[in-house]
Design a protein around this ligand. Structure first.
Ligand SMILES: Nc1ncnc2c1ncn2[C@@H]1O[C@H](COP(=O)(O)OP(=O)(O)O)[C@@H](O)[C@H]1O
Ligand SMILES: N[C@@H](CCOP(=O)(O)O)C(=O)O
Length: 310
């Protein structure tokens, strides 16, 4: 259960006074998620999600709210933030930064493989999201790039087997040799895993959880999606799914010359990123967090399989 902060009726009523969303009718903690306290909030005016930010520094949050507002206004189904009467999308509740965003309908299909239609819809949505973010004026380099991998790997050394440390060191050495500069890019979601996409009647009704978003190569984002949606249990690709994803993506955003050459290095980079993230979550657990840790082994397998491909 990822509700770290309990909100009383009185605190909620006071918070809502700044908005024109009417009174609260129901507030229900959302068990999924790991970063923040999330609640479904029903008011006289509609259905929303209330988020209390548990970890992100307050100064970083406006970027994510502005980004989802920008994308939502350009037709990407993502949670549009609500504004107070004074025009603010970020407030304070229970001494935490807090926001109310649109509640999107639909359900994630996590736990089963996507159909051909679903994976195509995803490829198309990702390409549309990249294009929609093109003129977003705020710059925010992906904080989980090479420096983050290196730093995280260094902290993890005493906690990992010599074999795992060697794999990671080899991958870092390899990634250091990859020249990424000419790749087209801009805003990337960077975490568009199955639990962050909602479907309704076979169509995508929502992309959520933009809190890892930043600027990076667009193809890197496609690699994150390919690894997380198209891998089977032993880490190998389901090639039919990858092809479906790829074709739908490039139909909506044709690749530029030379971009495709970076596909395999980026698949490896995306695998390394999430292996390190999960190892970090496992070995440096957050105090007070009541969450399930995601399995690092899954991404170790994926990385090793991607290394076989190149
Ligand atoms: N805007 C939204 N509309 C509908 N459901 C949402 C929305 N935001 C979050 N959720 C639900 O809350 C869960 C946790 O949200 P998420 O953003 O992934 O949390 P965290 O940032 O803590 O990882 C999601 O899996 C989804 O079920
Ligand atoms: N998607 C990542 C970790 C981030 O978790 P989320 O619940 O915030 O999407 C993973 O699977 O490791």
């Amino acid at each position: 259960m990822s509700v770290y902060t309990n909100v009383s009726d009185r605190e909620l009523a006071q918070f809502l006074r700044d908005y024109e969303l009417g009174d609260a009718r129901a507030l229900t903690g959302i068990p999924a998620g790991v970063e923040n306290s999330n609640y479904f909030l029903d008011t006289d005016k509609g259905r929303f999600v209330l988020t209390l930010f548990e970890r992100l520094p307050r100064s970083k949050i406006p970027y994510f709210l502005a980004l989802t507002e920008w994308l939502s206004l350009r037709g990407i189904p993502c949670p549009r933030p609500m504004h107070t009467v004074a025009g603010n999308s970020l407030g304070t509740l229970c001494d935490k930064p807090a926001a109310i965003v649109q509640r999107l309908s639909g359900d994630s299909i996590e736990g089963r493989a996507p159909s051909a239609t679903e994976i195509s819809a995803l490829g198309e949505l990702l390409a549309r999201m990249h294009l929609a973010g093109e003129n977003f004026p705020e710059r925010h380099p992906n904080p989980a790039g090479f420096d983050w991998w290196q730093e995280t790997a260094r902290h993890l050394v005493p906690h990992l087997s010599p074999e795992d440390n060697t794999i990671i060191a080899e991958e870092l050495a390899y990634q250091r040799t990859v020249r990424r500069t000419p790749l087209p890019g801009g805003v990337v979601h960077a975490d568009l895993f199955p639990d962050n996409v909602l479907f309704e009647n076979g169509r995508i009704s929502g992309a959520i959880d933009f809190y890892y978003a930043g600027d990076d190569a667009w193809l890197y984002d496609l690699a994150v999606v390919a690894n997380s949606w198209c891998s089977v249990a032993d880490g190998r690709f389901d090639h039919t799914l990858v092809r479906g994803l790829w074709h739908a993506y490039v139909a909506a955003r044709p690749l530029q010359a030379g971009e495709e050459d970076l596909w395999f290095p980026l698949l490896r980079a995306a695998a390394l990123r999430f292996w390190l993230l999960r190892l970090d979550a496992l070995h440096f657990r957050r105090p007070g967090a009541i969450t399930q840790c995601k399995d690092p082994e899954e991404y170790r397998r994926i990385l090793l399989r991607r290394r076989e491909m190149l």
